[in-house]
Design a protein around this ligand. Structure first.
Ligand SMILES: [Zn+2]
Length: 163
């Protein structure tokens, strides 16, 4: 099964935005995974945003963020019964896109996994998911879902309509 359709309830979406913009207030990118639980068939609902221990830097070459070894253990131990990480979220200082580094990020490597890049240190989330880059891992690699975004990833009212 590799057709994951995920709904992000407003409280989980708000947790993501709060975390990313808090990091952004320090000029840092943030990253985390969204734990989901199956509702029916290939429909999942996001239960929690998990922001693991991470290290971020800004410098002349730009910004980067990486999950520490402690963070990786946190993520591995952090799943509740029936939960699964289906979505990775991270922020960029500027435009939202998948960099080469993002394409190689090992956090989610299964077909159907989703990746959200929030622009402007997470502030872009105020304009909803359409302001973000949303990608899906296929057999050909990470591909933008573009106009098909709501087929794979829907959000609660705030994110869906912009505030
Ligand atoms: Zn990135």
């Amino acid at each position: 099964m590799n057709e994951y359709r995920v709904v992000l309830p407003p409280d989980v979406a708000a947790d993501v935005e709060t975390f990313l913009t808090d990091r952004g207030a320090d000029g840092l990118e943030g990253t985390g995974l969204i734990a989901c639980i199956r509702q029916a068939e290939d429909h999942w609902i996001a239960t929690r945003f998990v922001a693991p221990d991470q290290r971020a830097k800004r410098g002349l070459g730009g910004c980067w963020v990486e999950v520490t070894d402690a963070g990786k253990r946190q993520l591995a131990a952090g799943l509740g019964r029936g939960e699964r990480y289906l979505v990775r979220v991270h922020s960029h200082p500027g435009e939202a896109f998948h960099s080469d580094t993002d394409n190689c990020n090992p956090a989610l490597t299964f077909i159907g996994a989703l990746s959200v890049v929030a622009p402007y240190f997470g502030l872009g989330l105020r304009r909803g998911l359409d302001a973000c880059a949303v990608l899906r891992l296929t057999a050909r690699g990470w591909e933008p879902v573009d106009g098909e975004r709501t087929r794979w990833l829907r959000a609660g009212t705030d994110w869906e309509t912009g505030k």
